[in-house]
Design a binder for this molecule. Structure first.
Ligand SMILES: [Zn+2]
Ligand SMILES: [Zn+2]
Length: 638
């Protein structure tokens, strides 16, 4: 019998009979490994455990505990779901595709007679459990394209036929489990019995091949974990995320709305949302001024010729809105950089003027496809806390460090943990090696000095320069991209920015684009979900509500209300002739931090009884004392 050499990831080599399977190799290493294994990587390619090894090879056994393993597990669960659906609905439903996705998987079904509803999920799950318990072997088959087309045509699976027709391959692979067969590249788990914990989560419409001209399919989302405990923890997180959904809380707290009449992806800020936003913007202005930035304001529309100079017209036109005035074409700004370039160019600059840090709460509009719009997280009009730093090359190090410290301070204030990534030079890029080296070093040095770990995305930078992306982690352990720091070698070139150096010669400044919170809209969306609407006092649109027990105290309560408002506390009043308990419950629903209750006792003593939204009560205090109390709690942010 011929032997082949198999090299394992740890460098160890094994000789096995030609045609052995990865599962057999795993057994040779240990029964424990064999039990845990779900697939293998053979010479860099993911394959089934049963794939014969025909030549000397590199082999890695994929276990359930790896991310590849989990993906294969979830994709196998997608087949199981399709199998269950076909068992239950037969010819009423056609299968299309079903990939694994982050945290789970989905499968897209076509049916013109049946609409799936969440009420059926349990039934489908029960069928899945039954098919899993039957522990069916999952077997790969290969056949010619033509036979596969004939097979699926006979089964009435026209979407599968389309998929195969579009494949360039002469042979295609299918996976069979029991009476269910699916077109698939694989690999898959060896048996359905390995699938232990899964749950259907939602159903939504999706176009065949993502194209709105095609048929509408029904996408069933689901999740699967390798054990029940993990599934339960994930479902609890999902439930919590639903409760915290910023679109739901935005409505309940009356912060903002969207209106089809106004247009998709355009936020309408109601008084409380606009207040929250104003508070964040005021905070931003203070923090920028404190760090040596100048506030600037550019126009909302700029001549299209200028967008041609900047390269946006060439590279970004599809995402821009244009308008025409007196025969001239204008572009509505998708970015704030251009006016800042013009400010720089408005006079001769000397090295003594640098660095210049132009900050703008710049409102931009970008055309996003309606399908990707998502509450405040993905919109068409938004305001960035945008700044452009123009400095001499030797100042770059210090500037980047300053921005990174800025990000750290702000994340600390909101209590976010975060992760950082640096993206380096891509193949297609402009700028000299020296420029790239210097900018990349400046970014790396700043990250190293921060003492925080970071990841490097080789070749993932923008074509115009390297960048740092900062992803914050919210209360549900989700990652959100907010801050970014980007070096740019093109705009200073394109706009021919110069400064006179100490040598009396003209030099090119370096430019950094950076945002700290990113889009205010998106950041507020994240804040709402992170705090579940319980904003910290300093950004609460309403900080306190004055409640009277009976009409008897109305006059005094009005006095308290006026005194607090005069002192700058964001206060509202509820003097309705309702039971106190009812008014307290409403205030709690509004998530107002403090309820100031006034009964006869408080009126006589000239105080208010203070109750926190958590239900905790504080000692009674006078309105002047409450003002100081609020100021103290907010002081560190002013
Ligand atoms: Zn598959
Ligand atoms: Zn910019």
């Amino acid at each position: 019998m011929d032997l082949v050499r198999v090299e394992l990831p740890d460098g160890a080599c094994r000789e096995v009979p030609q045609g052995s399977s990865p599962l057999e190799v795993a057994r040779g290493i240990g029964e424990g490994l064999a039990r845990q294994s779900v697939a293998a990587r053979l010479n860099g390619q993911l394959v089934d455990l049963s794939t014969p090894i025909e030549q000397d090879s590199r082999l890695e056994i994929i276990t359930l505990s790896s991310s590849d393993g989990l993906e294969i597990y979830r994709h196998s669960a997608a087949h199981l779901m399709a199998h269950a659906v076909k068992s239950l609905f037969g010819h009423e439903v056609q299968v299309t595709i079903g990939p694994a996705i982050e945290n789970g998987f989905y499968y897209d079904f076509y049916s013109d007679t049946h609409a799936f509803s969440p009420e059926e999920f349990e039934r489908i799950e029960a069928k899945m459990a039954e098919l899993a318990a039957a522990d069916l072997p999952i077997m790969r088959e290969e056949m010619s394209r033509d036979s596969a087309i004939a097979l699926f045509r006979e089964m009435g699976e026209s979407y599968k036929v389309q998929l195969i027709e579009d494949l360039p391959n002469e042979t295609v692979s299918l996976y069979r489990q029991g009476d269910f067969v699916d077109l698939c590249r694989g690999p898959h788990l060896p048996r359905t019995g390995l699938l232990k914990a899964f749950k259907l989560t939602s159903v939504a419409g999706a176009y065949w091949r993502g194209d709105e001209k095609n048929a509408m399919l029904q996408r069933i989302y689901a999740t699967a974990f390798t054990d029940k405990k993990e599934l339960k923890a994930y479902l609890a997180r999902l439930e919590e995320a639903k409760k915290r959904d910023h679109r739901k809380l935005g409505r309940e707290l009356d912060l903002f709305s969207f209106s089809e009449e106004a247009g998709a992806g355009l936020v309408i800020w109601h008084p409380k949302g606009a207040m929250l936003r104003t508070l964040l913007e005021d905070f931003e202005r203070r923090e920028h001024l404190r760090r040596g930035y100048d506030i600037v304001v550019g126009p909302q529309i700029l001549r299209t010729d200028l967008w041609k100079t900047s390269g946006h017209y060439e590279n970004y036109r599809e995402n821009m809105y244009f308008t025409e005035v007196e025969g001239f074409s204008y572009g509505i700004k998708p970015m704030n950089c251009l006016a800042h370039m013009l400010i720089y160019k408005s006079k001769m600059r000397s090295y003594r003027d640098l660095p210049l840090r132009f900050f703008e709460l710049g409102t931009v509009h970008r055309h996003e496809k309606s399908g990707v719009l998502h509450g405040l997280l993905r919109v068409r009009g938004f305001t960035q806390d945008d700044a452009h730093i123009l400095c001499a090359p030797e100042q770059l190090d210090r500037e980047i460090k300053g921005v990174l410290r800025f990000v750290q301070d702000v994340m600390g204030i909101f209590g976010f943990e975060y992760e950082m990534e640096i993206s380096t030079r891509p193949e297609k890029s402009i700028g000299s090696d020296e420029d790239w080296q210097r900018a990349t070093n400046a970014l790396m040095n700043a990250l190293n000095d921060s003492g925080l770990p970071y990841e490097i995305n080789e070749g993932d930078g923008a074509f115009y320069g390297p960048k740092i992306d900062i992803k914050l982690k919210d209360a549900l352990d989700r990652r959100w991209q907010c801050a970014t720091i980007q070096c740019d070698f093109t705009l200073p070139e394109r706009f021919d920015l110069t400064y006179i150096g100490s040598d009396g010669e003209k030099h090119r400044p370096v430019m950094v684009h950076r945002v700290i919170l990113g889009a205010i809209e998106r950041f507020i969306g994240v804040l709402i979900e992170h705090f579940a609407g319980n904003f910290p006092l300093w950004i609460s649109p309403v900080q306190a509500v004055v409640l009277n027990v009976t009409d008897n105290q109305a006059a005094y309560a009005e006095e308290v209300y006026q005194a607090l408002r005069d002192a700058g506390v964001r206060v509202q009043k509820d003097f309705r002739n309702e039971k106190l308990g009812f008014k307290i419950r409403e205030a709690q629903m509004e998530k107002i931090p403090y309820m100031l209750v006034i009964g006869d006792k408080e009126m006589t003593e000239g105080t208010v009884a203070v109750r926190h939204r958590t239900g905790k009560t504080l000692d009674g205090m006078t309105s002047a004392e409450f003002v100081r109390f609020v100021q103290d709690e907010c002081r560190q942010y002013h």
